[in-house]
Design a binder for this molecule. Structure first.
Ligand code: SOE
Length: 385
């Protein structure tokens, strides 16, 4: 039972989930809500209660395929339902702020897909709503799911332990090619009013969050360059201008002086989901490739060693979250990150504590993306975040 004062103590009570949206991320999150109890039996049990979508026919098909008990065509309907405790927002970015604030006000725990919002101002309002709701025991979390990759969690541990010395520079890229064909149709992701930005917010948000998470400190300055290679595409109503970036480049600096070169693109022919990050320290380095997500390249034997980079298969029981899955060597998939993410939120709810990444973590990323756009608009000059 949720009311304006906040949710009833959860303990082991079954929690009802509503997911808003049933496209790519709605499918990934449905998969996670279906499986989380099997791999993380200590979290509160969940019931896939309501799937929300606008098109009744497509919604019915998705609810049946993904195993949802009920459907709704208006997200507002789930906010008054006592059988819904968690609202999981998998919509285009322009709806994140309105739905999240209303759900938090209604006493629902909220998970929202990245990026947090389409602007810093929207993000600030969401953080204020999350902080007010937290005072009533209502939890909120942002879907930077790559924090749930065991290899990246291990990288964060190794950096924090000083295993590669003082970090000086980072190379990071997130390259896809699903827009390289000029005949690829218009989508909401290519309209500023629905997506807020292009690849910068879609993939660049993951890169910036990983910089914050791995390094444990904020990005403070940015130099940026944006490019739209295909200026118009064909939508349902004919030709339309593309009003967001197809590719983005940035040079970022952190509070301690680390310099990161970042490149994100949806036009990188042959790259499918190539999120790669390399961290270079004073005595070693780490390297990761999402298309080989169970592996971490590690050189931690110091400068006097000719050892070089070794391939660590991050599937041992003592590696982050791996014990919940399979024996060593039985590798995980991209989808596992969403199941771990769901478990992290459910654990925070049960333990009555904040969940991470928080909306504030998302706003920190939003501020960096905004700085990149401000720099790009000023011919790439260095700007403060
Ligand atoms: C989620 O893991 C994700 O990175 C999305 O955020 C991207 O939009 C998608 O292209 C790949 O998967």
């Amino acid at each position: 039972m949720t009311d304006a004062t906040g949710p009833a103590p959860t303990g082991r009570r079954e929690l009802g989930v509503a997911v808003v949206g049933h496209s790519f991320m709605g499918k990934a999150h449905s998969h996670a809500w279906r499986n989380v109890g099997a791999f993380f039996p200590d979290v509160p049990p969940v019931r896939r209660q309501v799937l929300v979508g606008r098109d009744p026919a497509a919604l019915k098909t998705a609810a049946e395929r993904y195993g949802w008990a009920d459907t709704a065509t208006d997200w507002r309907d789930v906010l008054t339902r006592d059988d819904v405790d968690i609202v999981d927002i998998c919509t285009p970015g322009h709806l994140h702020a309105e739905i999240a604030q209303a759900a938090l006000e209604a006493g629902k725990h909220v998970l929202v897909e990245k990026p947090l919002a389409n602007s810093v101002a929207e993000g600030e309002a969401m953080v204020a709503a999350a902080e007010a709701a937290a005072a009533r025991g209502v939890r909120s979390m942002l879907g930077f799911n790559y924090r749930c990759v065991p290899a990246l969690a291990l990288a964060r541990q190794l950096i924090a332990e000083g295993q590669i010395g003082t970090v000086r520079q980072v190379r990071a890229s997130y390259l896809q090619d699903w827009l390289v064909d000029e005949a690829a149709p218009m989508t909401w992701r290519l309209r500023r009013e629905s997506a807020g930005s292009g690849v910068l917010g879609d993939l660049g948000s993951h890169v910036v969050d990983q910089l914050h998470h791995l390094l444990g400190e904020p990005v403070t300055t940015a130099r940026g360059h944006l490019r739209t290679f295909v200026p118009e595409r064909t939508g349902e109503g004919g030709r339309e201008p593309v009003t967001v970036d197809d590719a983005a480049w940035a040079t970022l600096e952190t509070a301690s002086g680390v310099v990161a070169s970042v490149e994100v693109s949806r036009m990188a022919t042959s790259r499918k989901n190539a999120f790669r990050i390399e961290v270079y320290g004073s005595t070693g380095s780490l390297s990761f490739d999402l298309e080989r997500l169970n592996e971490l390249g590690v050189d931690d034997r110091g400068l006097d060693s000719a050892g070089g980079v070794r391939r660590v298969l991050v599937t041992e029981a003592d590696h982050p979250w791996v014990a919940a899955w399979w024996p060593p060597g039985h590798v995980l998939g991209w989808d596992s990150t969403f199941t771990v993410q769901a478990a992290e939120l459910l654990t925070a709810i049960a333990e009555e504590r904040p969940a991470t990444p928080s909306f504030a973590d998302g706003l920190a990323v939003q501020r960096v993306l905004d700085a990149v756009e401000r720099s790009a608009a000023a011919d790439g000059c260095r700007v403060d975040v």
